[in-house]
Write a protein that binds this ligand. Structure first.
Ligand SMILES: [Zn+2]
Length: 335
């Protein structure tokens, strides 16, 4: 089997045939030729019989056994009355791309699975190149009819850059697909979605949102007749947090109680000290004219103030006399 035949079957490039294969330090160079004779404008798709000029161009293709593979073709330029001087369109690559469709589709798929930095390292392309490829693929394959016939939509946010930036996402609950996305998470961000929908928003009957006030405001202004629902995820999230708070408080109370019991078990039984015994002993009752005159009532009645529930160890006649006076006193609140 000839090498060109083998590469024709291996690469299966649409609308092209392999005419030469070479190996160099850069990798595998596969030279191809278009099957059609006449060039097509890459801007508008018109077919031309003549050409302006032609020059060789390479497109990066999927690697072959770990080696870079390039598709090489002598690209023609045409003078289009509508677009000016433009290069012709090739079926294996998008307009303006330096990578084949297969390579770009693989990059876009990986961008859904991982960050740009590992993609750039895995495919051996620049970090910015990954972004440009994704933009091209999204522009090429984005379904314009995705915004038609929406009935039940869900609005939520997603964080990136370690929670420093946010994207507002709108999904179609019927298909489960995300149909719209834009940086930001306030009312103006969601209002931009309704503005882009235009009259197509009339088909929307229900909107599920989180508990953000900005989204509720935008839905109230943009879809006043739609039913607003709270996303069950956020309701369950709040309930789970409340249960977790109660569980944490109960655990702390139990833990404090266990520590108190343990401390009391470790302590020996308390013995009264001499100072404590003196303090627990009530002071002796003293009676003097000075103490009697210090009573604020100055009623002339012989009485005094007895604070606390105490009494002398041996009640004497003086104590009994004062107690009798106190029982007959009007100053019971002083006792
Ligand atoms: Zn054109």
């Amino acid at each position: 089997m000839r090498v060109t035949t083998a590469f024709n079957r291996l690469l299966a490039l649409p609308g092209a045939r392999v005419i030469d294969v070479s190996f160099c330090a850069e990798g595998v160079i596969v030279e191809v030729a278009l099957r059609r004779r006449h060039p097509v404008c890459s801007g508008c798709g018109q077919v031309f019989t003549g050409m302006h000029d032609r020059h060789a161009r390479r497109w990066r293709h999927l690697d072959l056994s770990g080696q870079r593979c390039f598709i090489e073709y002598r690209l023609r330029r045409v003078v289009c009355p509508d677009c000016g001087v433009r290069v012709e369109a090739v079926p294996w690559a998008r307009a303006g791309a330096r990578h084949t469709r297969d390579f770009e589709n693989l990059t876009a798929f990986l961008a859904q699975q991982m960050a740009k930095t590992p993609i750039a390292a895995l495919l051996r392309v620049g970090w910015e190149t990954v972004g440009r490829i994704v933009e091209r693929v999204v522009a090429d394959r984005l379904d314009e009819s995705r915004l038609c016939g929406l009935v039940q939509i869900g609005v939520d946010e997603i964080a990136y850059r370690k929670g420093q930036r946010y994207l507002t996402t709108v999904c179609d609950h019927r298909t489960g697909a995300i149909v719209w996305m834009r940086p930001g998470r306030n009312a103006a961000t969601l209002q931009a979605f309704f503005t882009e929908l235009g009259e197509r928003r009339q088909s929307i009957r229900a909107v599920s949102i989180d508990m953000s006030g900005g989204y509720a405001k935008a839905v109230g202004e943009g879809l006043p007749d739609a039913e607003v629902c709270i996303d069950p995820f956020h309701v369950c999230q709040l309930a789970s947090r409340a249960v977790d708070d109660v569980r944490r408080e109960a655990k702390q109370v139990i833990h404090r109680g266990e520590r108190l019991v343990d401390r009391r078990r470790r302590q020996p039984p308390a013995r009264p000290s001499r100072a404590g015994a003196r303090l627990s002993r009530p002071p002796p009752v003293s009676w003097s004219p000075r103490a009697e005159s210090s009573c604020p009532c100055h009623s002339g009645t012989a009485h005094t103030s007895l604070a606390g529930d105490w009494r002398p160890l041996i009640p004497g006649p003086e104590y009994i006399r004062r107690l009798e006076l106190l029982r007959g006193s009007r100053h019971a609140h002083d006792i």
